[in-house]
Design a protein around this ligand. Structure first.
Ligand SMILES: [Zn+2]
Length: 410
């Protein structure tokens, strides 16, 4: 038996939908603004670019946006940009108690935003109906309809079926057809993603190119992580559960967890765990938004017992992250979520433990910081996910009514 060797895929023939998708994404990322830019960026012939652009114009993915005159050149270049007519990207970044909503065009402009408060335990139908209704309210003032909605949820997401699977924080959501329900309500495609994955993606794509994996750790009601590879893509794992670090076992702990195991990081070091300790509640007792607010008020008031609890939690989180550094060798670690946002105690302690525990080769270039996008990381990651879905070969294919124009490109 021969062993398989890794080799890049080469093809002289470019699939028409892949061509259109590539050109649209180059225009959407600002790397190209006219046909000459597209020729330069892709190395393809002017004829091939002409055909791809014609398809994008005919399907209202791209529109003409005036001319750019370059001094010394005889002809001015016709500018192209993604068209609002193609439809909007809606993003719902859902936490345990509220969702931030954003309506964007394909050029990444935010057209409208909103906030919906709820408790996830009210169940999927009620929460998702409220979110869809708020989106409809935001869309009422705008001329176009959505092409895709991206929903980030704090649970284990099965992207293929558009559901979440046995989520410890929201048991009534298990297996509910979330993508189908929202898609019917809003009349567009729906992409479901884990909330921390969206934040990780948003952070990784903000600013310059990523020079190594990025690990985003959210410390909030629960604890979770998102991993972005050096290529800037989310690492989902085989089933979508990569980065679910809240249920890693801490060797020294045996506190019962909502997942049914004991000694999980989340059962010991999450904001919910610290709030239960403050209330003297049982280890798996439900915690609502009002309880969490009381805990955060104590932290903001610099209550010594609360600060000591946060630092102890931070040591457990730091040790878990130091272990992950040995596995992933990230270049950037971002610590976000409610507990990280409330002061610097968590970040400082985690950073100290990671540098102390991880081996020098893994920490030479490593940075540990708060999110550069603040609380907007999740919305930004959702926007990227939405645009890349809308401009993906499959979506363009579905959209196209004039596919024959593209057949036969070599
Ligand atoms: Zn657990």
């Amino acid at each position: 038996m021969m062993l398989r060797l890794s080799a890049p895929t080469l093809s002289a023939r470019i699939e028409s939908d892949v061509l259109a998708s590539t050109l649209a994404k180059l225009l959407g990322s600002g790397r190209a603004a006219c046909k000459a830019d597209l020729v330069r960026e892709t190395g393809l012939s002017r004829t091939t670019i002409d055909t791809g652009v014609r398809f994008l114009l005919e399907n209202s993915v791209v529109r003409r946006a005036g001319y750019r005159h370059t001094p010394g050149r005889g002809r001015s270049a016709e500018l192209l940009e993604l068209s609002a007519d193609y439809g909007y990207v809606l993003v719902a970044d859902c936490g345990a108690h509220s969702a931030q909503l954003g309506v964007y065009d394909l050029n990444q402009r935010r057209l409208s935003s909103g906030l919906v408060a709820y408790e996830l335990k009210e169940g999927p139908e009620r929460v998702l109906t409220e979110i869809a209704a708020e989106f409809e309210r935001l869309l009422r003032a705008l001329p176009h309809r959505p092409v895709v909605t991206v929903i980030g949820l704090p649970g284990p997401v099965d992207n293929r079926s558009g559901t979440i699977v046995r989520p410890p924080l929201m048991p009534s959501w298990d297996g509910f057809p979330i993508a189908g329900f929202v898609g019917d309500a809003l009349g567009c495609a729906v992409v479901l993603e884990n909330d921390v994955n969206l934040r990780a993606l948003g952070e990784a794509r903000a600013g310059g190119p990523l020079d190594g994996p990025l690990l985003y750790v959210k410390v909030s009601t629960g604890i979770g992580a998102g991993i972005v590879t050096s290529n800037g893509e989310l690492m989902h794992g085989a089933d979508g559960s990569a980065g679910d670090i809240g249920h890693m076992k801490l060797a020294s702990q045996d506190v019962p967890c909502v997942c049914g195991n004991t000694g999980c990081l989340e059962a010991v070091a999450s904001a919910a765990a610290l709030t239960r300790r403050m209330l003297g509640a049982a280890p798996t007792a439900p915690v609502d938004a009002a309880d969490l607010d009381r805990f955060l008020a104590g932290l903001n008031a610099r209550d010594p017992a609360t600060i000591a609890d946060v630092k102890e939690a931070a040591r457990s989180i730091g040790e878990a992250i130091a272990n992950l550094v040995h596995v992933l060798n990230p270049s950037r670690i971002v610590i976000g979520g409610m507990l990280a946002n409330a002061g610097d105690d968590l970040l400082a302690t985690v950073r100290g433990i990671v540098y102390q525990r991880a081996l020098p080769l893994a920490t030479r270039e490593l940075t540990v910081s708060k999110p550069t996008l603040g609380i907007r990381s999740g919305l930004s990651g959702g926007l990227i996910t939405g645009i890349e879905h809308a401009l993906g070969p499959e979506a363009l294919n579905t959209r196209s009514s004039t596919r024959t124009h593209l057949e036969g490109i070599a």
